[in-house]
Design a protein around this ligand. Structure first.
Ligand code: SF4
Length: 270
């Protein structure tokens, strides 16, 4: 449970809307202390959040998700940041049994076949690990910006996150991409190497490509889903009966697998 009830969250959102990111973060760190986590994929926004947060609290908890499909450049960059900033990064990964069962049923590239299977892959590799990481958290910080697209346009600087029974803090909600990069440049922050190759939003290797001329900032994510709400489920869940069905089937596969293991006297971790 959170220590900040819903009405307080709404009041905090109104209070911090005109205030700078530093003040939002200072309040969040002061209010939630060690029960707050900065969740980052080490994109430019994440580097700004890390820099601001660590000026306030060098020991702030930092979480990242290793989906198992990240580009090598992201692993290299995380290593670089860890060393350069002396940063301790908590890496959460998907359950191996869930990935195995998903790939067994749908193949390794399921995300290209159907939006619901792409959502299933994102759920297994991203959403469920984040749920686990935030089990003991009262609040988490993201680098969301309102101008990243319609699904993010209503992002509040402080909001209730019912999925995690937590408070979600978005200090950069009213920043533009240009402001982010101006901060990165002014503070000489390390930059993910794929930006230099034309990427503007960086996720898993098979689901991210560089932008083409005239495309919007997130067009390089799941580009084959033209017109769809391109979100992985970490920030916005898109209701889908087909996804619900795929998730239920995965649950049944895992249950059957556990039963088989029990019958053969083996205990498999789930
Ligand atoms: S971004 Fe692609 S590979 Fe990564 S979890 Fe989502 S669907 Fe799977």
């Amino acid at each position: 449970m959170t220590t900040c009830a819903l009405p307080d969250v709404e009041a905090a959102a109104a209070r911090f809307e005109p205030l700078p990111a530093e003040e939002v973060l200072a309040w969040a760190l002061d209010t939630f202390g060690s029960r707050l986590a900065v969740v980052t994929a080490f994109q430019a926004e994440g580097m700004v959040i890390l820099d601001l947060a660590r000026r306030l609290d060098p020991d702030v908890r930092v979480v990242t998700i290793d989906t198992g499909r990240l580009p090598q450049e992201t692993h290299d960059f995380i290593d670089q940041v860890r060393v350069r900033l002396g940063l301790e990064v908590e890496v959460v990964a998907p359950h191996a049994a869930a990935v195995e069962a998903m790939v067994l049923r749908h193949g390794p590239n399921l995300f290209k076949r159907d939006v619901s299977l792409r959502q299933l892959c994102c759920h297994v590799r991203k959403v469920e690990p984040l749920n686990r990481a935030l089990r003991d958290a009262d609040a988490w910080v993201s680098g969301l910006r309102r101008d990243q697209g319609p699904s993010r346009a209503a992002t509040a600087k402080v909001e209730h996150d019912p999925a995690h029974q937590a408070v979600k803090v978005n200090p950069l909600a009213d920043w533009t991409r240009e402001q982010v990069w101006a901060y990165v440049d002014a503070h000489h922050l390390p930059v993910h190497p794929l930006y230099a190759e034309g990427y503007t939003s960086i996720g898993c290797a098979p689901c991210t490509r560089p932008l083409r001329p005239g495309e919007d900032e997130r067009a390089g994510r799941w580009w084959w889903e033209a017109g769809a709400d391109r979100e992985c489920g970490l920030h916005h869940a898109t209701p889908s009966e087909r996804f619900d069905g795929a998730l239920a089937t995965l649950g049944a596969d895992l249950a059957a697998r556990d039963r088989r293991a029990e019958q053969s006297g083996l205990r498999l971790a789930t």
